[in-house]
Design a protein around this ligand. Structure first.
Ligand code: ZN
Length: 261
């Protein structure tokens, strides 16, 4: 037990040291790891780790190519913020906390599907941004610049599918569960990612850079403040991510209860 808690602390420290996470984000990640361990043991930590390590590596992967396209230039320098950690892992954390308070097998399903959604979403954006073809925006109904929320490409969609199924497969290997339940988790992760795209397209705020005229999700571009062109003013990328992981988790929870009826 002490060894595992020490391991979580060490990985959190390392994440801050390597600038994967900001200091506050690394403390948040430590507490998240601790609660997940108390709820779902080391197997839960493997699910968290699969999401965290693959997303971090994919963010770093071909970063020179992504630099122009990425919405969040700042995150690459300082590491992911506490807000981003909670946006991706907050829904899963809630499921873990609920399991500690009121143990029930359904919380594990919600937890894993929330991470399947977060993984699908991160893989889709980090891999999809490298698509040779420009992505298609589902609300504007036209092709747009790479890296905008609400746009899809075949490569990004395939990446989302692969990310969700990787978590589903890990879940199948780690926990005493049926193939059908693991499949539900993977499918829910993929559907949660679709919800992410829809929310991103319809509600997420978009800004325009006054210097280069590019549309972006960032409040700062080319060193100047950007102007909001549409979207609901409080709907940031973090709000969209949190909502979609909650939806992905709940879809899996409902499917699970329905299977076991
Ligand atoms: Zn610009």
């Amino acid at each position: 037990m002490e060894i595992i808690i020490g391991g979580i602390a060490l990985l959190s420290l390392l994440s801050a040291r390597l600038k994967w996470l900001t200091i506050l984000a690394s403390v948040t990640a430590f507490l998240m790891g601790l609660i997940i361990f108390l709820a779902f043991n080391w197997q839960g930590l493997v699910i968290l780790g699969m999401f965290f390590i693959t997303s971090t590596l994919l963010t770093k992967w071909k970063r020179d190519l992504k630099r122009d396209e990425k919405a969040f230039h700042i995150e690459e320098k300082k590491g992911r913020s506490a807000g981003q950690v909670l946006a991706n892992g907050g829904a899963a954390l809630l499921a873990a906390a609920c399991h500690i308070a009121v143990p029930d097998p359904v919380w594990l399903i919600l937890f894993t599907a929330a991470f399947a959604t977060a993984t699908a979403d991160t893989w889709a954006s980090e891999i999809g941004v490298l698509s040779k073809k420009k992505p298609f925006h589902i609300k504007m109904w036209k092709t747009v610049d790479r890296g905008l929320s609400g746009a899809i490409s075949p490569l990004g969609t395939f990446a989302a599918f692969a990310g969700a199924f990787l978590i589903g497969f890990c879940f199948y290997l780690l926990f005493d569960t049926s193939f059908l339940v693991a499949l539900c988790v993977a499918v829910s992760g993929f559907v949660g990612n679709l919800a992410d795209t829809v929310f991103g397209a319809w509600f997420e705020q978009k800004f325009i850079c006054s210097k280069c005229k590019k549309e972006t999700e960032s409040r700062v571009h080319c060193g100047v403040k950007t102007a909001r062109i549409y979207g609901v003013f409080w709907v940031s990328n973090n709000v969209v991510n949190f909502t979609s992981t909650l939806i992905g988790g709940m879809i899996a929870g409902v499917l699970y209860l329905w299977i076991n009826k």
